[in-house]
Design a binder for this molecule. Structure first.
Ligand code: ADP
Ligand code: MG
Length: 329
């Protein structure tokens, strides 16, 4: 549905996007995750035809955004970081205006009614946009993106500035729209992306440093099956005991984190699940196991770790490969 090859964008002397490549299949909901200034909005603006590209190729449903902008743009609904709302218009009036601008062919009244219902703003359709709350305004932004029923929705930081309740509402709306749209959603907040997107593209300093299913990203940066056990015991005795548990490769004592107990980092042999064996051994020695937790990195940690590394090649090395998503598919 979306194909991006060798995309670069230069603002004057500043190379904001560097040789970016990805493909998005019809129906995918994917997240662009990256710190402020990473280049997310720039890429989105290029995909939607709002900004010209310096180098590379972008195709939407087979239509080249540079050579065939009309056809390409027809397939995209765009919610920019700052939605282009006219504050002195009423909601319905504004949507009628966007409908005319987009030269949509569907029956006007029915089409707009359907969208008003879908994004739940039919009750405010006769209110002035300037009198709406931020959450409602954002819904009007969604509504304008949906006019013309485009296959692809591009949403640039759609929950910025909303309160927690509004964020949940917008998330639910995105999940609903994801059932019959291809969606790209950007955010600098991880939980935002994690809650609605299966696949994540991490962008840092204008480059893609990761493109994968979010669980794979976490797994890659940590030996997923290693454990941290908190046990009430004497340190050295337990250290030796744990080392003799079946399939345990190494044990390190992490010290005393809670009075009377010690934390042990237990690394298993490749792909072995040692939880039951560790539990049984501790109990059989008459000791108390206070907790047993997975040491796997959360996506949050992965994200911080990757974007803290100054060098993008270094970050990719931490992930083991250049681009796993592409390889697996
Ligand atoms: P993000 O959306 O990830 O926060 P942007 O795409 O807005 O990142 O910005 C990427 C980089 O390009 C930043 O360094 C930003 O300062 C720069 N940039 C963005 N827009 C312009 C512009 N119109 N002119 C010059 N530099 C820009
Ligand atoms: Mg941005």
């Amino acid at each position: 549905m979306i194909s991006v090859t060798g995309l670069s964008k230069r603002y004057g002397s500043h190379l904001a996007v560097k040789d970016v490549n990805f493909n998005i299949e019809k129906g995918e909901v994917i997240g662009f995750l990256g710190p402020n200034g990473a280049g997310k909005s720039t890429i989105m603006n290029i995909l939607t035809g709002y900004l010209s590209l310096t180098q590379g190729k972008v195709e939407i449903d087979g239509f080249d955004i540079t050579e065939n902008p009309e056809e390409a743009k027809k397939r995209i609904g765009y919610l920019p970081e700052l939605p282009p709302l006219y504050m002195d218009m009423k909601v319905r009036e504004y949507l009628d205006f966007v409908y005319d601008l987009k030269k949509v062919k569907f029956p006007k009244k029915a089409h707009i009614n359907e969208i008003l219902k879908l994004v739940k703003i039919d009750d405010v359709q006769n209110r002035l946009i300037k009198n709406l709350s931020k959450g409602y305004r954002q819904r009007v932004g969604f509504a304008q993106a949906l006019i013309g029923n485009p296959d692809v929705l591009i949403l640039d930081e759609p929950t910025v500035g909303l309160d927690p309740k509004q964020i949940i509402e917008i998330r639910n709306l995105i999940a609903k729209l994801g059932k019959n749209h291809t969606i790209i959603l950007s955010s600098h907040i991880l939980s935002e992306i994690q809650s609605v997107c299966k696949r994540v593209i991490i962008i840092n300093q204008g480059e893609i440093i990761a493109d994968d299913i979010s669980e794979n990203l976490s797994a890659k940066l940590s030996s997923d099956l290693s454990l941290v056990a908190r046990i009430i015991c004497s340190e050295n005795e337990m250290l030796e005991t744990l080392k003799t548990v079946k399939d345990v490769k190494s044990v390190v004592c992490l010290g005393c984190k809670e009075n009377g107990s010690f934390d042990f980092l237990i690394e298993p042999e490749d792909n072995c699940d040692i939880r039951a064996a560790v539990f049984e051994r501790v109990v059989s020695r008459g000791k108390t196991l206070l907790s047993l937790t997975s040491n796997s990195a959360s996506l949050e940690q992965v994200f911080l770790k990757l974007t803290e590394v100054a060098d993008n090649d270094e970050a990719r090395k931490m992930l083991g490969t250049q681009n796993n998503y592409e390889e697996e598919n």
